[in-house]
Design a protein around this ligand. Structure first.
Ligand code: PLP
Length: 424
């Protein structure tokens, strides 16, 4: 055990699951460099955060400029980077999302979004979807069902939260349309049997599930939610903490599908690694929330806002290219699926691709396969992460400005890993 790990074990809670034991001392673009001199291709983006890679020059310049001006306000005085940031954000968020509340983490963005919905509607019910991940705070974990383990030991959770199925075509062994119809039927049963629509403040949904296994929601399902929200005066909250900022091929997945959210929760890629999150809504909805109903000390930190404004500027050149990279990656993954019996399913949008690893029956999840593939990848200098309740789905999330050559290097390493696993 290295000296650093031994020291860490004495003073840091054992809750982090570090993929690599290596100490990283430098980073650039898609790569991180270790103290021992290894170069690791980082296809984790720090859990889908550094979408522009490490040390992006435009973001770095903005951070340094802001460091030289002011670091913290805590809403005691005004500063420009907050407004510059929000204006940049308004340019890229879905139509109608035009006023923003900055927070620090994805969980806080979700909490704020739900509080806004409850306060302004006067209703208390929230319907979330099975397999969703919305964070770890008591409120957000009450909406989270990607793994029962995340909730274990924390009951009673926040009340008046109802969970309805999300379409999972591969798990249910049906096509996307049939899975959407089934999920919407179940939602209608829930509204008939468990809670009346008039008591529901919000639907809270990821337009593509992240932690839950990289399942795209599909247009039919999300349109079904929009229609029911309109019919019953329910607010549609899209949690785009993981799917936002170009990850799925447009700025937000709600734009990919053309479904309008009433409230949008954002985080992760928003500032390419500096701590910031936000929720946004129409100006009318946000303005109907009286001062003091919600607040934050650190949210909207001047440095994080400067980083985010610069991230959005830099992404303007990057987002239009995501579809091309995505087509290349999907072509390669579909071809690998034909060759490898361990790949049960390849699914996703943009550069958010899930590769589901299965046993020989072609369907049963195989965590063992993921562990072997993940280890082989790390031994060959590629960092990846898993997702899904069975920890058997490769989360393929390279930086959005990755070169085609780097993309191929990562896929080649994973192809070798699959071949080695199947030879065993
Ligand atoms: C969709 C989604 N919502 C919320 C969160 C919580 O974000 P954070 O860990 O920043 O609180 C995550 C984190 O993975 C997420 O993927």
């Amino acid at each position: 055990m290295s000296d650093l790990i031994a020291r860490q074990n004495q003073v840091i809670a054992p809750l982090f699951a570090f993929e690599a034991d290596d100490e990283v001392v430098a980073s650039e673009g898609s790569w991180v460099m270790t103290r021992a001199g290894r170069r690791l291709l980082d296809f984790t983006c720090g859990i889908a955060v550094s979408n522009l890679g490490h040390q992006h020059p435009h973001v770095k310049r903005a951070v340094i400029e802001q460091v030289n001006q002011v670091w913290h306000s805590g809403s005691t005085f005004r500063y420009r980077s907050l407004v510059d940031w929000a204006e940049n954000l308004r340019d890229v968020t879905p139509e109608g999302i035009e006023s923003f509340m900055p927070m620090n983490s994805g969980a806080e963005a979700v909490e704020g979004a739900v509080k806004l919905a409850r306060k302004t509607s006067g209703r208390q019910g929230v319907i979330a979807f099975r397999g969703g991940f919305h964070g770890r705070t008591m409120g957000s974990v009450s909406y989270t069902t990607s793994k029962a383990k995340y909730r274990q030991g924390y009951h009673p959770l926040v009340g008046s939260v109802f969970i309805s199925p999300y379409p999972w075509p591969f798990r249910w062994q049906m096509d996307q349309e049939s899975a959407s119809a089934r999920a919407l039927d179940e939602l209608d049963y829930l509204l008939k049997h468990e809670v009346t629509p008039g008591e529901v403040a919000a639907f809270l949904v990821e337009p593509m599930q992240g932690e839950g296994g990289y399942y795209p929601g599909g247009k039919t399902f999300l349109q079904g939610l929009r229609d029911r929200a309109d019919e019953h005066g329910i607010l549609l909250i899209m949690d785009e903490v993981q799917t936002g900022f170009g990850r799925t091929g447009d700025w937000f997945t709600s734009q990919v599908y053309g479904i309008r959210p009433d409230i949008l929760a954002m985080g992760k890629g928003i500032a390419n690694g500096l701590p910031l999150s936000a929720f946004g809504a129409s100006k009318e909805l946000m303005d109907s929330w009286p001062m003091g109903s919600h607040g934050t000390t650190y949210g909207g930190n001047p440095i994080s806002c400067a980083a985010s404004a610069a991230t959005i500027e830099a992404l303007r050149d990057v987002v239009p290219n995501v579809d091309k990279l995505s087509d290349h990656a999907f072509d390669r993954w579909h071809e690998l699926k034909d060759r490898h019996r361990t790949i049960g399913d390849v699914r996703g949008l943009g550069l958010m691709i899930g590769i589901e690893l299965v046993k020989d029956d072609g369907h049963t999840p195989s965590e063992e396969a993921y562990l072997a593939v993940g280890k082989h990848a790390l031994d060959n200098d590629l960092l990846i992460l898993p997702c899904g309740p069975d920890v058997n789905v490769i989360r393929f999330i390279p930086p959005l400005n990755v070169s085609t050559e780097e993309l191929d290097t990562g896929i080649d390493i994973l192809a070798d890993a699959l071949a080695a696993y199947e030879r065993q």
